[in-house]
Ligand binder design. Structure first.
Ligand SMILES: Nc1ncnc2c1ncn2[C@@H]1O[C@H](COP(=O)(O)OP(=O)(O)O)[C@@H](O)[C@H]1O
Ligand SMILES: [Mg+2]
Length: 299
């Protein structure tokens, strides 16, 4: 639906990202509605692990969202690059990334409007391509394009929204969904990060949807022998078919994962070092720009 441009702010000269609704959607009310909801939500949300929105609006009939520019890669890029090199992501790094995502997602789920009313937000598209790993080691969740405000009314369950391989069983069968649907998506990401392969894939969409609806999960300890029983059980619980059998919320899942990774091994600094090694050219270009900006601010 959108183009995303690298741009420069006229206010302070810094680089930003602009998400612009495509020209062809200019007169489509439903699409415009979705985009304005994304803009409103993005402007309200404020958390270090969620993409920061600077401004949103409409100029000459074109709707836009101006955001902080993320310089880095998506989790999808990171997983692919690790695989291309025939490596696997150390579990501590993967769990650190998921921990950061859960912090952001928790703030989204608990967000209350200015009036104090609980909005009961669901992101609905928690996927590796919407998780950004910045070159400075920060992890942020973005793309609130299909986020749903449950407090405003039910979801139209006749349309499945979100990336197929990361949907929850309740969303593929068209049941009502709540924040626990996002927790299932996090469960898929956890499983994939720890295994180094996709959980729900298939030739046809219907195959993927059936696999998700059954929520069959191969035992992690069989696939990656180094994984502890408790970690495998935690992942399994986050992938329970029934929402009430999963973790209640992001914090509960986060607490369960906490003993499984070390802050000495995985931190913002070590993620930065990992990206420097995996994406050398892009990282160096980014680092050179940081040096230049630092020097320019001194001279
Ligand atoms: N703030 C940002 N900074 C840098 N790149 C971005 C930013 N927002 C989006 N992008 C890029 O644009 C792509 C699409 O943006 P996204 O918000 O996920 O929209 P959608 O998936 O709905 O098209 C992202 O995968 C990323 O490559
Ligand atoms: Mg996206």
């Amino acid at each position: 639906m959108c183009h995303v441009f690298r741009a420069r702010s006229r206010d302070d000269g810094r680089e930003i990202a602009i998400k612009l609704l495509k020209e062809k959607h200019r007169n489509e009310d439903r699409v415009i509605d979705l985009f304005i909801t994304e803009a409103d939500l993005s402007l309200m949300l404020n958390h270090p692990n969620l993409i920061n929105t600077i401004e949103a609006g409409e100029i000459k009939g074109r709707y836009f969202i101006a955001m902080e520019l993320i310089e880095g890669v998506t989790l999808e890029d990171l997983i692919k690059q690790v695989q291309n090199l025939g490596l696997s992501l150390p579990p501590d790094f993967g769990l650190f990334i998921v921990h950061q995502v859960l912090e952001g997602l928790n703030s989204l789920h608990n967000f209350t409007g200015i009036s104090g009313r609980e909005l009961d937000l669901v992101h609905r598209d928690v996927t590796p391509s919407n998780i950004f790993i910045c070159f400075d080691g920060r992890v942020v969740l973005g793309d609130f394009g299909v986020a749903h405000i449950r407090a405003y009314g039910g979801i139209d369950s006749s349309v499945t929204i979100g990336k197929l391989g990361y949907l929850s069983p309740e969303s593929v069968v068209g049941d009502d969904i709540d924040h626990r649907s996002d927790l299932f998506s996090v469960g898929i990401i956890l499983w994939e990060i720890l295994c180094g392969s996709r959980l729900y894939t298939g030739e046809k969409e219907s195959e993927i949807m059936n696999a998700i609806a059954e929520a069959s999960v191969p035992d992690l300890t069989q696939i990656r022998p180094g994984i502890s029983r408790t970690l495998a059980d935690t992942v399994k619980k986050s992938l329970a078919r029934k929402p009430q059998s999963r973790f209640e919320n992001c914090l509960e899942l986060s607490y369960a994962l906490r003993p499984e990774w070390s802050t000495e091994l995985a931190s913002q600094e070590s993620i930065k070092a990992l990206l420097a090694g995996l994406f050398r050219d892009d990282f160096q270009r980014w680092a050179a720009k940081q040096d230049h900006e630092t020097i320019a601010s001194i001279i």
